[in-house]
Design a protein around this ligand. Structure first.
Ligand code: DX5
Ligand code: ZN
Length: 225
């Protein structure tokens, strides 16, 4: 897949904003012709102050859906458990720049398994921190909230962070997707996309109304206005 360059945006609803106890059934109602990816937030209660799910849950969930998985690891020492996530053969595995000193090594392990390798930056990490290592990844995840919880308000300065990143990848001719995660809704999605986002995560705005298919359809319409 190539980056959308304004033509197409992928929507990745974050399932932690849904009822995880019934997700096996509800995921069957999620329409793959509308919903491109399922964003899976793995939190370990250490890297972030919240605890969610792990590879066992994701493995079971995968049996209920054809939609490719977009795994976002918010965990300490991601290298220790990377194999378990690679075995799930997701669309992408993204870990945090702040969670390891050796991002390029771990990105290579993911890429060598033909899975998209993503690196995430929290709002306090300048996006410029990853400029030197962009050739080693397929996707950068710009967090637009401090990670840990869904339903937080979008941080407006994320727009200039996305623009700086997009300007650099364009100037250098790098084919790296930009994913943006946190507080994206009907009011701000168009701004996020025009700043340069290729992949949009939506937790609250996808699941809050109870019908993710129609919410995401609407978000996609607004994304390309
Ligand atoms: C935050 C997670 C996000 C979150 C998005 O730590 O990484 O993926 O679930 O949810 P919203 O869109 O509600 O901010
Ligand atoms: Zn996430």
């Amino acid at each position: 897949m190539t980056s959308n360059k304004g033509a197409r945006v992928l929507l990745s609803p974050s399932i932690i904003a849904a009822d995880l106890s019934t997700m096996g059934d509800s995921v069957k109602k999620i329409d793959p012709s509308i919903i491109d990816l399922l964003h899976i937030d793995v939190m370990d209660g250490r890297f972030v102050p919240n605890l969610t799910i792990g590879p066992g849950y994701i493995k079971n969930l995968k049996t209920h859906t054809e939609i490719p998985l977009d795994i976002h690891l918010m965990i300490e020492k991601p290298g220790d458990s990377i194999k378990e996530y690679i075995d799930l053969n997701p669309w992408a595995i993204t870990f945090h720049y702040e969670s390891t000193r050796f991002s390029p090594r771990l990105l290579k392990v993911i890429r060598d398994s033909s899975i998209k390798a993503g690196l995430a930056v929290v709002p306090s990490t300048p996006v410029e921190s990853v400029f030197d290592i962009l050739p080693y990844m397929d996707m950068v995840l710009v967090m637009s909230v401090d990670p840990g919880f869904y339903g937080q308000p979008f941080m407006e300065n994320s727009l200039s962070r996305i623009r700086r990143l997009r300007d650099f990848t364009k100037a250098e001719g790098l084919d790296v997707l930009i994913q943006v995660d946190g507080g994206i809704n009907a009011e701000n999605i168009a701004k996020v996309v025009s700043a340069g986002a290729d992949v949009i995560v939506a937790g609250n705005s996808a699941f809050r109304g109870g019908d993710p298919n129609s919410s995401v359809k609407e978000l996609k319409k607004l994304a390309l206005l």
